[in-house]
Design a protein around this ligand. Structure first.
Ligand SMILES: C[S@@+](CC[C@H](N)C(=O)[O-])C[C@H]1O[C@@H](n2cnc3c(N)ncnc32)[C@H](O)[C@@H]1O
Length: 219
């Protein structure tokens, strides 16, 4: 059984992040990335704001689908991997920004057709996440889509118990070697709705521990 508790540790070594995540998620992360890209870039030429782009796995899929992406991450080493991955992207397809997600308030209001948050909201405090989700809503045009994929707490009591048993030791290991771990979100769809979005769908993988929420800024 894999666990996402070690995700933060992988971020401390960006060159092994992609392979490590495939291993930790038993390959499910690639399916999640594909689902995110499909939902966010349903049409070509969409303007997408991606927060926490990491090594650019989702960014690359969005660009393949013809999107123009503003990709932001606070970690320069992750951004370096992302830039290398997309070195052959068409000119102007990606704008890279080294910044924290809470600084997106400097970006144009209603300037994007879609926003993507891949496995990064769970790395924020609840307060930062609420602020960032509200700001993402303001960066989207009315009717624009938010696609958020993240580690979440399973819904059923049995799955939550199993999750706690399996995750505990790996979270402790992550703290020992990296000094941090991720924090599964209790109610991602509820937090997205509280930020002013209308939730359209929620899909789950990995025994209910990895969710993709698709929502819309009301028109
Ligand atoms: C687990 S990685 C996921 C990367 C990528 N989205 C993916 O799905 O492969 C999380 C990324 O979010 C970034 N991140 C976390 N909190 C952030 C914040 N507050 N502002 C900007 N980036 C953040 C980290 O630096 C890291 O690159």
């Amino acid at each position: 059984m894999s666990s996402l508790a070690l995700m933060r540790w992988l971020e401390s070594a960006p060159h092994r992040y992609d392979a490590g995540m495939r291993w930790l998620t038993l390959g499910r992360v690639s399916r999640v990335h594909a689902a995110v890209a499909e939902a966010a870039a349903a049409k070509p030429e969409v303007r997408i704001l991606e927060i926490g782009c990491g090594t650019g796995a989702i960014t690359a899929l969005l660009v393949e689908r013809g999107a123009r992406v503003t990709a932001l991450d606070q970690n320069p080493e992750m951004l370096e991997q992302a830039r290398a991955r997309l070195a052959a992207a068409p000119p102007g397809a990606v704008t890279w920004i080294e910044r924290t997600a809470s600084e997106i308030d400097a970006l144009p209001a209603a300037g994007f057709d879609a926003a993507v948050a891949g496995l990064c909201l769970s790395e924020m405090s609840a307060g930062e996440r609420a602020f960032v989700l509200r700001e993402l809503a303001l960066r989207l045009r009315p009717g624009g889509a938010l696609v958020a994929a993240d580690e979440v707490q399973p819904r059923s009591t049995g799955q939550r118990l199993l999750h706690a048993l399996l995750r505990g030791p790996q979270a402790a290991l992550a703290w020992l070697i990296a000094g941090s771990t991720s924090h599964p979100i209790r109610d991602l769809a509820g937090e997205v709705a509280a930020a002013g979005f209308e939730v359209r769908s929620e899909r789950r993988w990995l025994l209910g521990r990895l969710a993709v929420v698709v929502a819309e800024r009301p028109r």
